[in-house]
Design a protein around this ligand. Structure first.
Ligand code: DAH
Length: 354
C-alpha cells in the first residue's frame, strides 16, 4: 500500500463511521466503538500499517490518522452521553438512574458464642434470674479461697492458672480467673439473699488449643440462695433450662462428683440430641456422644456452708444451689460445630452461615 492508497482508506473509514453514527443507539454503541477503535478495529488496523512507511510518511499520515482517531472518540463520547443520560420523573436530566436497586451490602451478625449466651440468658431471665458480672483479673481469694479451695489443695491443680507476679492491696496474688464461680462470692458479698443470679463471661486456663480446649473460653455460672433451697430445686431448674434450649426430648443425668464449693456436688450429662445420628440408626456412629448417649454439660451442687459463711451469710438460715457450664459446648451443640477452633478463627465464610 502506498501513501495515496492509505489516505483513501482513511477517508473511507471516516465516511463509514459518520454515516453509521447516525444509526447508532444505546444498545449498539459499544459494539460500534469496538468496530472502529477496538484492538482489531478499522482505524486501529490502518494505523498499524504505518510501520511499513518511511519516517517522513509516518509523521504525516500518523498525524492524519490520529486526528481522525480523536474525532471519532469525541463523537463516540458525545453519543454515549446522549444515550446514557436519563431524565428523572421531574424532567431534570441527570446521569444517575435513581430507580436502580442499590448495591447489596452485607449486614453484620452476632457471633455464635454471643447468640448462645443470649439464648441461655433469656431462659434464665424468664425463671427470675438476674445477670451479674465479675472481673477477669481476680485474686486468689475470690478465685480459690472463698470458694473453699485452700492453698496447696490438690483441686487447685485442676485449674491451670495464669498467675501474675503482682499482688493486690490485700497482698493477694493476682491471676486471670479460671472459672466464673468467683462471681458467686463477689455478688453475695454485695447483696442480701434471696438471690437468683447468672453470670456469663470469659475465663482463662493454661490449656493448649485443640478441638475441645482453648486458653480463653466462656463459662456461665448460676446460683440461687434462699430458704430451704435443695438439690430438687437444682434439678428442676436445670431440666427446665435444658428443655428450653434443646427441646422437650432432652433429658438430664446427675452423677455424684466433687467440687470444693458444693456439697453434694454433681456432674450433669444431657441426653445426646444427635442420637441416633441422622440417616444412621446403627450403633458405633455418633461422633458427639461416642454412643454413650450422654454428653457432659455442667457441674453443679448445693452451695457449701463454708462458702455461704465466707460471704457473711448465716448458713443455718440460707441455703443455695450453684452450677457452672462451658458456653462453647452449648454453642457447638446448637450450631453443629465439631471443632471449637471454628469459634475463634472468625472466618467470615463460617460466621456468615451461623
Ligand atoms: N467452677 C467449676 C469449673 O470451672 C464449674 C462448677 C462446678 C461451677 C460446680 C459450679 C458448681 O457452680 O456448683 O470447673
Amino acid at each position: 500500500m502506498n501513501s495515496a492508497e492509505w489516505k483513501e482508506k482513511l477517508l473511507s473509514i471516516r465516511k463509514g463511521f459518520f454515516d453509521s453514527a447516525v444509526k447508532s443507539n444505546a444498545s449498539n454503541i459499544n459494539a460500534f466503538e469496538t468496530e472502529y477503535l477496538g484492538r482489531k478495529g478499522f482505524l486501529t488496523l490502518l494505523l498499524r500499517d504505518l510501520k511499513d512507511f518511511s519516517l517522513e510518511e509516518k509523521k504525516l499520515l500518523g498525524h492524519l490518522g490520529n486526528t481522525l482517531k480523536s474525532e471519532i472518540a469525541n463523537k463516540l463520547s458525545e453519543l454515549k452521553n446522549k444515550f446514557g443520560s436519563v431524565s428523572s420523573p421531574s424532567g431534570i436530566k441527570n446521569d444517575f438512574d435513581l430507580t436502580l436497586p442499590a448495591y447489596p451490602y452485607s449486614k453484620g451478625s452476632l457471633h455464635p458464642i454471643t447468640q448462645t449466651i443470649n439464648k441461655i440468658t433469656e431462659i434464665f431471665l424468664k425463671l427470675g434470674f438476674s445477670v451479674a458480672e465479675g472481673p477477669f483479673i481476680e485474686n486468689e481469694y475470690y478465685n480459690f479461697e472463698a470458694l473453699n479451695i485452700p492453698e496447696d489443695h490438690s483441686s487447685r491443680d485442676m485449674h491451670d492458672t495464669f498467675y501474675s507476679d503482682i499482688k493486690d492491696s490485700k497482698n493477694k496474688d493476682l491471676l486471670l480467673r479460671t472459672h466464673t464461680s468467683p462471681v458467686q462470692i463477689r455478688t453475695m458479698e454485695k447483696l442480701k439473699p434471696p438471690l437468683r443470679i447468672i453470670s456469663p463471661g470469659r475465663v482463662f486456663r493454661r490449656d493448649a488449643i485443640d478441638a475441645s480446649h482453648s486458653f480463653v473460653f466462656y463459662q456461665i455460672e448460676g446460683f440461687y440462695v434462699d430458704r430451704n433451697v435443695s438439690m430438687a430445686d437444682l434439678k428442676w431448674t436445670l431440666e427446665t433450662f435444658i428443655k428450653e434450649l434443646f427441646g422437650e426430648k432432652a433429658k438430664l443425668r446427675f452423677r455424684p462428683s466433687y467440687f470444693p464449693f458444693v456439697e453434694p456436688g454433681a456432674e450433669v450429662d444431657m441426653s445426646c440430641v444427635f442420637c441416633p445420628p441422622i440417616g444412621n440408626d446403627k450403633k458405633g456412629k455418633c461422633p458427639v456422644c461416642k454412643d454413650t448417649g450422654w454428653i457432659e454439660v455442667l457441674g453443679a451442687g448445693v452451695i457449701h456452708p463454708k462458702v455461704l459463711k465466707s460471704c457473711g451469710y448465716d448458713s443455718d438460715k440460707w441455703s443455695g444451689f450453684a452450677f457452672g457450664a462451658g458456653i462453647e459446648r452449648f454453642a457447638m451443640l446448637l450450631f453443629g460445630i465439631k471443632d471449637m477452633r471454628v469459634l475463634y478463627e472468625n472466618d467470615l465464610r463460617i460466621l456468615k452461615q451461623l
